[in-house]
Design a protein around this ligand. Structure first.
Ligand code: PBG
Length: 324
C-alpha cells in the first residue's frame, strides 16, 4: 500500500462515500434509556448534576416510556427512589414497591417497550451499600436472597430483563434459580458482570441518593487496574446463566469491552454512566465542545469497541439525531 498508487483520501471525498465505507453504524436499536422513578404525582424533579435528567413519578415515567417508544428506542432501564430506606432495603423487594408499580403501569401503556430493572439494594438501604452490612462488612451470601426476591418481584410485575448491579458473588445463579422456580424461565438476565469501582458514578449517586454512608464500594466493585479479572467475572456469570453481559463504566474501559467481545459469544452491553454524560454536558455548557457531536462520538467509540447495547442518558437526543 504505497503512495501514490494508494491514496486513503479517495474514500473520504464526500458524505455518500463516507457512509458507504463506514465500518461501524450506531442504530436506535442499540439504545437503552435509563429512568429514575420516585413516589408522588406529576413529579418532575431536575437532577442538578445531570442536566436534562429528572426523577419522575410513575404517571410521568409512563409518558417518558411512550415518548422513547415513539422515537424507536427498544428498551428502558428503571431505577427506583423509594420514600423509605432501611438497613435491609425492604422497599427493594416489596411487591408494591415503586419500581414494581412502575413496571405494571408502563407495561399496560406500552407493552412493546422492553422493561429492564436494576437489581441492587443500594438505593433502598439507609447505609447506601449494595449488600447487607454487619460490623462494617458487606455480607455476600445473605444478600443473595434479597436480590433474588427483588428480581422475582420485578418479573412478577412484568419486567422483561433483570439486571443485577450489586457485584455479590453467585447472584446470577441465585436469581436464575429463583426465576426458574417461580415460572419466569423466559426472564432475561443482563448481568453487570464487569463493574468497576469508579468515580464516574458520582452524579448517579446524587440522582438516586445512594452514596455509601461509610467506606466505599472497593470490596465488591472491581479495581480499575485489572483486566484479566474482567474475563473471569464474565466467564462466571455466563456459567451461572447470564444472557447478556455488561461492562461499566464504558469510556474508561473500552479496552475491556473489546476483550470481552473477542473472548465470548454473548451480546455485550456497556453503560455510558452518569459521570461520562455530565462531563460532556458541563464542557458543552461552557462552550468548550460541541455537546451532541461529542456525545455521538463517544457512543460510536463504545459501539466500535464491541458493545451491541448502550445504556445512555442521551438515548432520546441520540435517537432524534439518528432518525432525522
Ligand atoms: C447500583 C448502580 C449504580 C449505577 C447503576 N447501578 C451506582 C453505584 O454502583 O454506585 C451507576 C450508573 C451511573 O453512574 O450512571 N444500583
Amino acid at each position: 500500500m504505497v503512495f501514490p498508487t494508494h491514496r486513503s483520501r479517495r474514500l473520504r471525498q464526500n458524505p455518500a462515500i463516507l457512509r458507504m465505507v463506514r465500518e461501524t453504524a450506531l442504530s436506535v436499536d442499540d439504545l437503552i434509556f435509563p429512568l429514575f422513578v420516585c413516589e408522588g404525582q406529576g413529579v418532575q424533579e431536575a437532577i442538578s448534576s445531570m442536566p436534562g435528567v429528572h426523577r419522575w413519578s410513575i404517571d410521568n415515567i409512563v409518558r417518558e416510556a411512550k415518548e422513547a417508544h415513539s422515537l424507536g428506542i427498544p428498551a428502558i432501564i428503571l431505577f427506583g427512589i423509594p420514600d423509605k430506606k432501611d438497613s435491609r432495603g425492604s422497599e427493594a423487594y416489596n411487591p408494591k414497591g415503586i419500581v414494581q408499580r412502575a413496571i405494571l403501569e408502563i407495561k399496560a401503556a406500552v407493552p412493546e417497550m422492553v422493561v429492564i430493572t436494576d437489581v441492587c439494594i443500594d438505593e433502598y438501604t439507609d447505609h447506601g451499600h449494595c449488600g447487607l452490612v454487619e460490623n462494617g462488612k458487606i455480607l455476600n451470601d445473605p444478600t443473595l436472597e434479597l436480590l433474588s426476591k427483588m428480581a422475582q418481584t420485578h418479573a412478577d410485575a412484568g419486567a422483561d430483563i433483570v439486571a443485577p448491579s450489586d457485584m455479590m458473588d453467585g447472584r446470577v445463579q441465585a436469581i436464575r434459580e429463583t426465576l426458574d422456580s417461580t415460572g419466569h424461565q423466559d426472564t432475561i438476565i443482563m448481568s453487570y458482570a464487569v463493574k468497576y469501582a469508579s468515580a464516574f458514578y458520582g452524579p448517579f449517586r446524587e440522582a438516586a441518593d445512594s452514596a455509601p454512608q461509610f467506606g466505599d464500594r472497593k470490596s465488591y466493585q472491581m479495581d480499575p487496574g485489572n483486566s484479566d479479572e474482567a474475563l473471569r467475572e464474565v466467564e462466571e456469570d455466563i456459567g451461572e446463566g447470564a444472557d447478556i453481559i455488561m461492562v461499566k463504566p464504558a469510556l474508561p474501559y473500552l479496552d475491556i469491552i473489546r476483550r470481552v467481545r473477542d473472548n465470548f459469544e454473548v451480546p455485550v452491553a456497556a453503560y455510558n454512566v452518569s459521570g461520562e454524560y455530565s462531563m460532556v454536558h458541563a464542557a458543552a455548557q461552557q462552550g468548550w465542545i460541541d455537546g451532541p457531536r461529542a456525545q455521538m462520538e463517544i457512543l460510536m467509540s463504545i459501539k466500535r469497541a464491541g458493545a451491541k447495547m448502550i445504556l445512555t442518558y442521551s438515548a432520546k437526543e441520540t435517537a432524534k439525531i439518528l432518525t432525522r
